[in-house]
Design a protein around this ligand. Structure first.
Ligand SMILES: C[S@@+](CC[C@H](N)C(=O)[O-])C[C@H]1O[C@@H](n2cnc3c(N)ncnc32)[C@H](O)[C@@H]1O
Ligand code: SF4
Ligand code: SF4
Length: 380
């Protein structure tokens, strides 16, 4: 597989544009514990965002996208100006939001600013109100109402579900609801970043993955396939990319491949979950983002996967899965260590997972979906 020119592939920059937020969710990774308040004056300014983030992403991948997250991007006074600038640069915007500020008027303004090149991403950890409320400092109905507003206005949206011990019990009910409505979902693993560090007890185990999470994810083809462990056969994928001419850079862990994370203060990490740590990938104020993506040793190691350790290093699915680099880091301090939530036990590269056939089949369905449906068709 050729990973020498990642710019040809779909690319998403996950940018936490501010740490300000109007909610205070229990284990929010973007928030520091109260004892360490953040200084918002160090956040990137409007002009810095345009020049150091948007322009650089356009250079790196002219058909890419920026996911504006936070904190709450919509709290920035320049939120619409930045979205408009991104669209004019030819890029799509994702808006990862808690949905509290969304009104039909704001939706209209966002739609106009982006020329429709926008996708809202709402956080839905559980379709059961009490479980949602435990991890989100808000009622379930906020994101449901926000999704309805999008439906009415013809604006794209999907849900992101952060999986931790707190919502395992309702995970299958939640995904079944989304499946019924044919709404795509993305899974995000709980990590001990920021306030997450005060909730180590919520971290997932290989048993959770094997018995609850993986069976649910592998049976829903529209759960975006960027999860680990992911057992699509390498030969199968190689053929599929060519056959379907898909501009996506592998499946499984997308860190430093399909995406990169940038903090409100401009620090870069291979994945948003790895921000605010000791990984020295550089700051966009000091080094151009395109140079960081091209030259940084951490980014290159995570992208190539050649030096993965433990079972990820000897696994048949090293290139189609790679193991979650963030979970590896938080468990061991080593971002190249094996994924601590994986239940697969490869002896060497010849060991096959019993799930390979099903994951190949579902990957085909997922690829057919993104190749034929807007907005995904335009993105990939
Ligand atoms: C930090 S929030 C920012 C965007 C917006 N305010 C929201 O809540 O959707 C982005 C996503 O990160 C998820 N998240 C928060 N804390 C996390 C943690 N400790 N581990 C993994 N994901 C986390 C949230 O559930 C949300 O889907
Ligand atoms: S998860 Fe989102 S809504 Fe909740 S506190 Fe963090 S940034 Fe705010
Ligand atoms: S061992 Fe690592 S690369 Fe292999 S399936 Fe598990 S997480 Fe993925």
């Amino acid at each position: 597989m050729n990973h020498k020119d990642p710019r040809k592939k779909f690319f998403l920059c996950y940018f936490e544009s501010t740490r300000k937020c109007n909610l205070n969710c229990r284990y929010c990774m973007a928030k520091e514990p109260r004892s360490k308040p953040k200084d918002h004056t160090t956040e990137l300014s409007t002009e810095e965002i345009k020049r150091l983030v948007v322009d650089e992403i356009r250079k790196y991948c002219s058909h890419g996208a920026i996911a504006f997250s936070g904190g709450e991007h919509l709290l920035r006074p320049d939120a619409l100006e930045i979205l408009e600038y991104t669209a004019k640069a030819g890029l799509w915007s994702f808006i990862n939001t808690n949905g509290t500020l969304l009104t039909s008027d704001l939706l209209k303004r966002v739609k106009t600013a982006t020329g429709g090149k926008v996708i809202f991403v709402f956080s839905l950890n559980s379709i059961l109100p009490t479980i949602q409320k435990w991890s989100r400092d808000d009622s379930l109905w906020t994101v449901i109402k926000a999704a309805r507003l999008c439906l009415k206005a013809g604006v794209n949206f999907f849900f992101i579900t952060t999986i931790s011990k707190s919502n395992l019990k309702s995970f299958s009910t939640t995904v079944n609801f989304l499946k019924l409505k044919k709404i795509p979902m993305l899974r995000s693993p709980f990590v001990t970043r920021g306030m997450g560090n005060c909730h180590q007890e919520l971290a997932l185990t290989p048993e959770d993955m094997k018995n609850i999470i993986h069976p649910v994810l592998r049976n829903y083809a529209l759960s975006y396939v960027s999860y680990t462990p992911f057992f699509a056969g390498p030969e199968f994928l190689e053929d599929k990319w060519k056959e379907m001419n898909v501009e996506i850079d592998q499946l499984g862990c997308q860190a430093a491949r399909g995406f990169v994370g940038i903090s409100a203060e401009g620090h870069v990490a291979p994945c948003v979950h790895l921000l605010d740590n000791n990984l020295k990938c550089g700051n966009v104020r000091d080094i151009a983002l395109t140079a960081i993506l091209r030259d940084n040793e951490i980014i290159k190691a995570v992208r190539s996967r050649e030096t993965l350790k433990g079972k990820c290093g000897r696994c048949r699915y090293k290139q189609t899965c790679g193991g979650c680099r963030a979970l590896a880091y938080y468990k061991t301090g080593d971002y190249m260590a094996e994924d601590p939530t994986c239940f697969f036990e490869p002896v060497d590269e010849t060991t096959r997972s019993e799930h390979e056939e099903l994951q190949n089949k579902n990957t085909t369905r997922f690829l057919e979906f993104i190749k034929t449906r807007e907005p995904w068709k335009s993105l990939f």
